[in-house]
Structures are given as structure tokens and as C-alpha cells.
Design a protein around this ligand. Sequence first.
Ligand code: SF4
Length: 226
Amino acid sequence: MTPLPQPRVRPRGATPLSVARTLDRCTVLGPGNRAVIWVQGCPLRCQGCVAAETLPFEGGTSRSVAELADWLCALGDIEGVTFSGGEPFSQARGLAELLDAVRERRPDFGALAYSGFRHEALRRGGPDRIALLERLDLLVDGPYVAARHASLRWRGSDNQRLIPLTDRYTRFLDEPDTTAGIELSVAAGGALSWSGVPPTPGFRRRLEERLAARGFVLHTEARRER
Ligand code: SF4
């Protein structure tokens, strides 16, 4: 009997990721000391979005899962990684593959992701989104709503929720729910970048204006760390 043709299966780790930028140390986008990957592209358009340069799906830098896994695993003293954007769940398959690749070498590697979609919608969003949810420890869900801006830990408006998906970070959820602030970082080439959730609306514009007055420009584009 002639065998039925088998569906093509993409090899594990073969899904490239479109990355807006990365940061190897951050303490204001989740528990502990974390790397951050801002993915490129978001289908939503929240008024007051603080990462407008990450919204188009064009642009960004194509990074392989293997390359990003090597980078994360080489950052010896970090607690885990935070996926921000852009919309991480628009690249759910690649991010799930990335966590699998990292945890082959570092099984105790933490993972947090932001999403402009609600948790319930992501659960109905297909196998790739479910696969990413199943690999996360903490989800920050929901769109940014400027009219509900609040100075909260790791999120910008009070409709956004911290949803534990494992018990890894539950102890942090009992701590005071106040802003973690922002951080400025200087990369090896001297580029200045920032991370965090702005404590007030319009914060980024004011920050950029104040830095520009001193001759600094914020770095917002992808770069390779290694
Ligand atoms: S979901 Fe996030 S990245 Fe997308 S528009 Fe809203 S705030 Fe911006």
C-alpha cells in the first residue's frame, strides 16, 4: 500500500523571531534580575502605547531560536526572561521553542510575558498560544488603557492583570503593588536605552526631551549582544 504523505513538520527551534531589541539585565519588568526580549509587531493600537516603534510587523531583526537561546544561557546570573513588545503572542510558536531550547540547558529558567490580549482570549487562540502559555510562569495581560493609567508594579493601567501560571512567582504577588520604576542602560557601544513601565502618562516623551537637552538619544532598535 502506498503510504499517505506526511504533513511537513517544522523542525524544533526553526521558527525565526522578529526582535525589536533585547536587554541582558533588567530589574523592573518582572521578579529579580531578568533578560528582556521586545518582539517586533503588534496587531493592537492602544492609545498612549509606550513602544510605538515596536508596532509595525515590518522591521525588527530576524533572530534564530538557537542564537537567542545561546545568548540567554550565557547570561549566568539572571532569574529568567521577560517577553515584551510588540505582542509576544503574535510570535508564540518561536517564543515557546526558545523556552524549550533554553530549558534543555537551564531547566529552572523563569519566563514572564506581556500580552495586549486577555488570558481567556489567549487560551482560545490556538495551539501556538496555548503552548507559550504552558511554558510561562507569569502573564501580564490586557491592553494598556490610558484612561486607567495607574502606578502599579510591572503594568501601566489597572485593567492589566498579573496572572500566575505556575507557583514560581506567587510570593511576589503579595508584595505592595507599586511601580517598579524604570531603568536606563548603557550598551557596550554607548547606546542609551530604557526599560520599565512609565509611572505617569507621557513619561517617555518627557524623558526623551530631557535627555535630548543633554545631548543623549534613546536607543530603540535591535542590536546583537554577542
Ligand atoms: S498591546 Fe502593548 S505593544 Fe501593543 S499597542 Fe497595546 S501597549 Fe502597545
